[in-house]
Design a protein around this ligand. Sequence first.
Ligand code: TRP
Length: 366
Amino acid sequence: MAEKLDPWKSTEVKDYKRIMTDFGIDDMGKLVEQLPIKNNYFSRGTIFGHKDFKVILDAIKNKKPFALLTGLMPSGKFHLGHKIIADLMVYFQKLGADCYICVADIESYLTRGISLEEGRKIAIEEYLLNYIALGLNPKKTKFYFQSEGSKDYTNLSRFVAGKTTFNELKSVYGDLTPQKIVSSFVQFADILHPQLKENGGPKPVVVPVGVDQLPHINLCRDVAFRMKENKFVMPSAVFTKLAPGLKGVETKMSSSNPETAIFLTDDEKTVENKIKRYAFSGGQMSLEEHRKKGGNPDVDVSFQYLKIFFEHDDKKLEKIYNDYKSGKLLTSELKQMLIDKINKFLKEHKLNREKAKKLVNKFIKN
Ligand code: TRP
């Protein structure tokens, strides 16, 4: 049985290799080396696969226009998992991308019952402020709400309906509801509209997303291909692994459960408590045993957070890995390293978020 991916359920993925074969995702392989600026999400496997990423690399290399589009679901608080996509936006902007950020307020209204006003507030206070604080450049960003798109964008979200069938939707999404159908059509318009005339016409677009969004990407690419009259370039995608929750590498970080997540607004004490109490340890039960047998960094959440987010230096990371594995480094020491790193980052981030408040109206017109 193929592993099912449901973009509307909290998915936990056990086997990424399997997903790649079942859904036709390509390995990043040697493409990583072609990136003009090193990026640890790529080089350490947080981005585990892609579709047509070569098209984007060619645009970068030849200094041709390309765009990045991604969407955010305005519900809940901004956590480390969300930071991955935000950092990628900033990264691709540096490589020349025009950035389109969609607030999926229609989707969160339809599938989560969040009003447009509430969605707007969450999108700005939780997401946009953090994006700006993480370095998003207003000059190269279009931040928009699904409920307020242009006429051509809105029409696109309807016209895509003519390029699929009910049976196809059922086979891609499994359980269907009218709400899900509308949400996915709007999402196709999101992904394709950077290529509309009003946005400069057809061009490569990269969509960085969590792997749970894969069904949307696949069907949207097919729909793009079938809309011959628009001459769309089939959108590219890079897929990120889902950020592990505090309680284990195979669990998911989720806004609705604070015990699984580090929020970018957590204070020092909260971070310390969360890591000490909840961060799953790959260490041994007793100190003697740990010294003798060593720990397992591959399942240790603290190590994984250092690897994904906080230890940028490859040499230092390798040393931590080896020291933990040999038993030289204890779980308590590893946790303290992580706590210090997170709190240092959050302290600075807090200041940046204060500064960001002044920049919000550069991103939103009214
Ligand atoms: N469905 C996405 C989510 O659940 C949000 C989204 C809307 C999106 N439009 C998009 C993501 C376009 C990527 C591209 O988070």
